[in-house]
Design a protein around this ligand. Structure first.
Ligand SMILES: [Zn+2]
Length: 300
């Protein structure tokens, strides 16, 4: 493990303040620790808070090769939640799509089953491209979407510069070793007038502040956690203009909210079986859990 500076503004970690100390049970680490939308495990790297840009980040993250291996092996079990999440992103991205100049092509980094690309296709985007490191996620995609998805870690050299009108990266910026490199790559890949849009957790969001170290966002797979302020720095440092960030609500089945809830395991099981028995488990509920949609436009 090598120590790193702030991955958004490069301020040395020596001037950051401690946010949470490390908590890792190596015997519990599994492929499932790196799957999206799983049951929280409350494991984490040591996290520090950058005093310059407000980013919370692991100053001693695992090596890039180790991460690539973990995501390659990650299991995938969250098709219904992935569909619910995509529907929330579609509602949140609506106002931005009015500002994007073209509709020729869109790229999604960390596309999972490609469900959001499906929505972008309906919104008029002609060429749809997704990048996803987990073969299990791609295997869970319907056959017609698999042609859109490249199974790989994101690498900008796989694509022509200025070849997309929209580049999306949802619930993935927390997972990458170098989020500023991803944002800069996105700026190179979008055409002038095109946009880069992210969905991230907000560590300053009310629910996350109240839950503290019991929040589902405090997780071994999150190498950094953003706030609106750190997102502003990220997009500015990557060279984007017209930055905006706003919170939005997620809508999931009660079954899934229960899985995320910071309850003791026994109580969680009791609540879950009560919900399943009464049929309430499938009922959908919208909650603002501090997720943020942010975007920047590439100037001419
Ligand atoms: Zn910083």
């Amino acid at each position: 493990m090598a120590s790193r500076s702030c991955p958004v503004c490069n301020t040395p970690s020596s001037s950051a303040r401690l946010f949470l100390s490390e908590s890792i049970d190596r015997s519990k680490l599994s492929g499932f620790s790196f799957a999206s939308r799983k049951t929280p495990e409350f494991m984490r790297h040591r996290l520090v808070q950058c005093t310059h840009c407000d980013l919370v980040y692991a100053d001693e993250p695992p090596a890039a090769e180790e991460l690539a291996h973990a995501y390659h092996a990650a299991e995938y079990d969250s098709a219904e939640e992935a569909d619910d999440a995509a529907a929330a992103y579609v509602r949140a991205i609506g106002p931005l799509l009015q500002k994007v100049r073209g509709r020729a092509s869109a790229l999604e980094i960390g596309t999972g089953t490609g469900v959001f690309l499906e929505h972008l296709g309906r919104a008029g985007f002609a060429r749809l491209v997704g990048v996803e490191p987990s073969p299990a996620a791609i295997a869970a995609a319907p056959a017609h979407r698999r042609d859109w998805i490249r199974q790989a870690m994101f690498d900008k050299s796989d694509f022509a510069p200025a070849s997309f009108d929209l580049v999306c990266c949802f619930m993935t910026m927390e997972h990458v070793r170098d989020p500023l490199a991803v944002a800069r790559s996105a700026r190179e890949l979008v055409r002038p007038g095109g946009a880069f849009v992210t969905v991230t957790h907000d560590w300053r969001g009310l629910v996350n502040r109240v839950l503290g170290s019991r929040s589902p966002i405090i997780d071994i797979e999150h190498l950094q956690l953003f706030s609106p302020e750190s997102l502003r720095h990220l997009f500015a440092n990557a060279g984007f203009e017209g930055f905006d960030a706003r919170p939005f609500a997620n809508r999931y089945a009660l079954r899934y909210w229960t899985r995320l809830a910071p309850l003791p395991l026994g109580m969680k099981r009791a609540v879950s079986s009560g919900l399943e028995a009464t049929g309430l488990a499938r009922r959908k509920l919208s909650v603002n859990v501090g997720n943020t949609i942010a975007y920047g436009i590439r100037g001419d």
